[in-house]
Design a protein. Sequence first.
Lengths: 215, 95
Amino acid sequence: MPHDEIIHSPAGISASGHPYREDQDAPLTYWQNMEIAIRELLVEKNVTTPQEISATIDAMDARSPADGARVVARAWVDADFRARLLADGSAACREMSFDIGALKLIALENTPDIHNVVVCTLCSCYPRNLLGLPPDWYKQRAYRARVVKTPRAVLGEFGLKLPATTQVRVHDSTAEMRYIVIPLRPHGTGEMSETELADLVSRDSMIGVAVARQP
Amino acid sequence: MNEPVRIKYAHPPGHVRAPYFLRGKRGIVITNLGPRIDAERSAYRQTAPKIDLYRVRFSMAELWGDQAEHPFDTVDAEIYDNWLEWENRASPLGE
């Protein structure tokens, strides 16, 4: 079937069988109008420029979990740094020259007996200035409601089965602080460099719904 | 710290930072994060004195009773001082 098939079924699947995203033919919502109005006013009044807005969006998009992974890898190889990271997460990130703005970070260390996992039950608080934008599931009610009640079931759905002897600590970002999990360093990585170790640290392992990759 | 507290069972309107599922529950204060801007007031551009913010730990047994998946697992949350009833401190009203 050609890809320009224009007869769509109501279910959101094209006749050739792949899902499509609906065109945005609906009118703007109240808040979309509000955003445009305020943005245009700020530009007209020379408070900001379209270039500055684009540059800020670019800067946010450029942040990625790779920054957090470098912090975790440093903590794995440098015990003094790990101690500083646990004492003051924000200061330790700035020490590595990450521009994290006003982020107030708490690092949570996994141990063989303790597994940490992060949520924001009230909204979608996330250490964006270090890890970039949160995944969609992190913002959804299903994750936010379930992980504080049945974290082991939720982690199981992510493929992580924890023994009953491991305590699960769920951390709800209800106010000022943001959280990053320091996963356990995988076994057999003693010879790896800090850069190689950072490749083992996934976004999900820093949220706490996964562990670091085995090399 | 390790001081026992109970989160107030109250339902004020507004930009409240104490989640419903923790209200009325008993926990242990594990850290005082120090005086912080009170987000519940600053959300409305109200100026107010800074207020102590604490990390409080709750057991799953306390939160969910018999439905707890694993009673010794925990939830930690940041709670502002105005939400805390300190179990081992005299009430300011001398009750």
